[in-house]
Design a protein around this ligand. Sequence first.
Ligand SMILES: Nc1ncnc2c1ncn2[C@@H]1O[C@H](COP(=O)(O)OP(=O)(O)OP(=O)(O)O)[C@@H](O)[C@H]1O
Length: 318
Amino acid sequence: MPPDPPAATRPAPPVLTVDDLRVAFPGAGEAVRCVSFTLRPGEVLALVGESGAGKSLTARALLGLTPREARVTGTIRLHGQPVTTDDLGHRISLVPQDSLAALSPVHRVGDQLALAALSLDPRLSRREARDSATAALRSVGLDTAQAAAYPHALSGGQRQRAVIAMATLGAPDVLVADEPTTALDPDVRAHILGLLRSTGATVLLVTHDLDVVRGHADRVAVMYGGRIAETGPAAAVLQDPRAPYTAALVGAVPTALTPHRSRLPVVPGDAPAPGEPASGCAFAPRCAYAEDACRTTVPALIRLPGDRELACPVRESV
Ligand SMILES: Nc1ncnc2c1ncn2[C@@H]1O[C@H](COP(=O)(O)OP(=O)(O)OP(=O)(O)O)[C@@H](O)[C@H]1O
């Protein structure tokens, strides 16, 4: 056994560890299958993949917010300890997608945050709850006039800042942000994502937008058919994708170098439904690299140099 690295070079222990997470629906099979990943202190991990890949269900499982009929199994640990129902919404907090739906239309923004602070810590006095709300709003650049406004009087970007402030109340260990900026204009989007990052929080960021991954994530986990196909540093994975599905995803997005009117590559076939295929790699039916074994054996996620992981034996040694 090689000796342990010196403490200074040893990576910090993960904040969140997800091990063999599965989400199944009666009669439909598993929509999330054997998903394992870690979140390191202060990092933004982007979960990407096409519609139906299982991103939102994975994120919602961390918050105990999967649909009632879903059967969720696996282990979720915070700082090495299994999460309890008390942790959900407190130590793991949601940044919602739709700020208008997340905020009550009949209460002032500052009042809503003060109430949220009180519900997180009922020992707070009203004044302390209000101070905590004001500080959280100020940290995202909202002033007292905006705190005194009703949600409809704020812009979409200001409202999204308010829900980020709300999610950071009580200094949670992990923020789960499920497509937090899809409803916003592109310039506001970049600002809000920068703000999310500037909170210094450890973030699981669900997105289907590779520009968001490129600009705002430290690491990326690519999902396909409910499983993780590939993980690694965001820049390395986008520049040199190893999983055939990641390569298809990256190739399907135009860049500044894509010639005008050129046709982008399209992957033939459809994404699998939950539980499909019954055996083998879910991407095999659409994969140009698929070999016989790919159709019968589910590929394990293997660690590669450069802090990467890959679930594709065919491309492991490329
Ligand atoms: N209540 C449910 N009953 C049955 N199947 C469901 C249910 N909720 C989600 N699913 C299925 O689980 C799969 C994964 O859904 P999920 O919402 O996690 O996908 P996603 O990757 O987040 O996609 P999108 O980007 O479109 O939100 C989908 O095929 C979806 O149809």
